[in-house]
Design a protein around this ligand. Structure first.
Ligand SMILES: *[C@@H]1O[C@H](CO)[C@@H](O)[C@H](O)[C@H]1NC(C)=O
Ligand SMILES: *[C@@H]1O[C@H](CO)[C@@H](O)[C@H](O)[C@H]1NC(C)=O
Length: 302
């Protein structure tokens, strides 16, 4: 170092010397590193040039709320405590990254013995998170010609998951026209939102469907669910309704006839026998002691 300084003094007037020796200049191997959650990652902070022997090194994490200390006074602090170390000269090594570590980090070096005594670099860290099993919704049964929506959602993954749909284990292409198997199908597929929308389902759209959520860190699938497609048979429905109406009519007429018959036969043979009063036949009989008979008390109307 002393020799460098001497050399520098000798050529003091050249700007090259000024910037290369009496200035702290930082550099990094990677401005935007990424890692998977629970892995190790280095935020490299290297000295391009420095003269000060014991520069002050600080790391700050910059979030929306503002910067907070990560490394200060030769100690790792905050939520990275016990999970990060400093490696010479000023590199921050996170040994077990979590999703909350995704942020910008600033390496700041103060070197009082240099003419330009301060420099900083910002490193943008991304901690990728594998998707979890997505929640899928597949309608069980859809009539031919109606619309149907299949949805798939997963919210843990980072970066945000992209979605693929499979029918009978075969991937559904974004453009149905691109595949012989899906050529006549009327769906739209949105890989960002995870929805598979049929404008009008066909018999051929019936099958087992499942969805896969994936990002750079991994993928996860939901179990397959069956979507059935049935015909609406208009003629069948009309016939069915007709049959029900006819049956109801027959029953009504039958009850009326039976009732009328019963009523008239009761009137024709009075006094032979006690008719046990039964509830709900619409007629009340009152027994009179003297006559030992029934007196018709109330009448009914058909
Ligand atoms: C990393 O941290 C998680 C919890 O935050 C823990 O479950 C896991 O065991 C840790 N891994 C290592 C290698 O320390
Ligand atoms: C698509 O529909 C057309 C007309 O209905 C038919 O001729 C053709 O065979 C169908 N294609 C496939 C792949 O099913």
């Amino acid at each position: 170092m002393a020799i460098t300084r001497l050399a520098c003094l000798l050529t003091l007037l050249t700007t090259h010397c000024y910037f290369s020796v009496l200035a702290v200049v930082l550099r990094t191997n990677n401005e935007s590193p990424w890692t998977d959650e629970f892995d190790k990652i280095e935020l490299s902070c290297l000295f391009e040039s420095i003269s000060t022997l014991n520069p002050r090194i600080e790391w700050k994490k910059i979030k929306n709320e503002g910067p907070s200390y990560v490394y200060f006074d030769k100690k790792v602090s905050g939520d990275l405590e016990n999970r990060a170390v400093i490696r010479e000269p000023a590199t921050l090594v996170i040994t077990n990254a979590t999703r909350l570590d995704t942020a910008k980090y600033r390496c700041e070096v103060t070197a009082p013995e240099d003419l330009k005594s301060f420099d900083e670099i910002v490193i943008d860290l991304t901690v990728r998170v594998k998707p979890v099993m997505p929640k899928c919704s597949v309608p069980k049964s859809v009539p031919v010609g109606k619309s149907a929506e299949l949805s798939c959602l997963e919210e843990e993954g980072f970066p945000k998951s992209q979605y693929q749909w499979f029918k009978n284990r075969q991937e559904i292409p974004e453009d149905p026209k691109s595949s012989h198997n899906f050529f006549n199908s009327s769906y739209t597929l949105n890989a960002d939102s995870g929805t598979l929308n049929f404008i009008a389902v066909r018999k051929e759209d019936a099958g087992e469907y499942f969805c896969r959520a994936k990002n750079d860190a991994g993928a996860a699938e939901c179990p397959a669910q069956t979507m059935e497609v049935y015909d609406i048979d208009i003629l069948g429905i009309i016939l069915g309704v007709l049959v029900v109406v006819v049956v109801l009519l027959c029953i009504t007429v039958g009850i009326c006839c039976a009732y009328k018959k019963g009523y008239f036969s009761g009137q024709k043979q009075p006094g032979n026998n006690y008719k046990v009063p039964s509830k709900g036949d619409g007629v009340d009989y009152v027994r009179t002691d003297d006559e030992g008979d029934f007196r018709h008390k109330s009448s009914f109307v058909i």
